[in-house]
Write a protein that binds this ligand. Structure first.
Ligand code: GLN
Length: 242
């Protein structure tokens, strides 16, 4: 962490925040406050520079055109890459996930350069859009309960050797390549196709980001009753017993 307070950065809410992805910032912030951590949150619009001193950066999903604009601005700005070089943690959803990779196909049907922060490449799927509730088992190395979320994307994502799939699908399309994977991560950069918002459905992921930022193995427990009720409902919706 850069100093005694935890700095949370919500990247480009004006371009990337579909399906209530902004809820991810609310949940991370709230769970930090519940642990009496000194947390500040900065929402950075796409006409503003990305601060490089953040501890946790969150990026949401978006439609194809805003996704291209966001990628152009993030490349030009360079701040997110500098922050990751300094050890910052990034958690991204859908369009944000594709932008963090090496390349994706933009709204003009052309390959668009990403930020290269995650070893993934996204292409346009030629089948139906991937839409619906998803249930997946998160990589056991991360020690988290099953991942629940909602997906809606045309892009499909190939995970390279320098990243690991975030989860293995029970239901849904996830990365969409047919290899049964969903999302990707490396040491500090995470990507998923899950909306929901994903932190509200999987608050343990918010806690994982906080633990990584604080460099601690555990956090004081908080009341997860509300989250558990939502998880049970959505896991049932994905066609699996809770
Ligand atoms: N535009 C991207 C796709 O369809 C991402 C969509 C999203 O973020 N929901 O693949």
């Amino acid at each position: 962490m850069s100093d005694s307070s935890l700095r949370l950065v919500w990247v480009y809410p004006d371009l990337l925040s579909t399906y209530g992805d902004q809820g991810n910032a609310l949940v991370v912030e709230r769970r930090a406050r519940q642990r009496r951590l000194n947390v500040s949150r900065v929402d950075v619009r796409s006409d503003q520079p990305i601060p490089t001193s953040g501890d946790i950066y969150l990026i949401g999903g978006g439609e194809d055109r805003p996704q291209r604009l966001a990628a152009e601005r993030l490349r030009r700005d360079g701040g997110l890459n500098r922050a990751v070089a300094n050890g910052a943690i990034v958690f991204s959803v859908c369009a944000g996930y594709q932008i963090l990779g090496h390349e994706f196909v933009n709204d003009l049907g052309r390959p668009e350069q990403g930020l290269g922060l995650l070893d993934v490449v996204s292409v346009r799927g030629d089948g139906e859009r991937c839409v619906g509730d998803v249930l997946a088992d998160i990589d056991p190395r991360l020690g988290l309960p099953p991942l629940t979320g909602f997906e809606n994307h045309q892009g499909i994502t190939h995970v390279g050797p320098n990243a690991r799939p975030l989860a293995t699908l029970r239901t849904g399309k996830g990365n969409g390549t047919g290899d049964g994977t969903e999302g990707a991560y490396n040491d500090t950069v995470f990507g998923t196709y899950m909306h929901g918002p994903v932190m509200a459905r999987n608050p343990q992921i918010a806690d994982l980001l906080l633990k990584l930022a604080l460099d601690v193995n555990a956090l004081p427990p908080v009341d997860d009753q509300w989250y558990e009720a939502l998880r049970t409902e959505r896991i049932a919706a994905a066609g699996q017993p809770a």
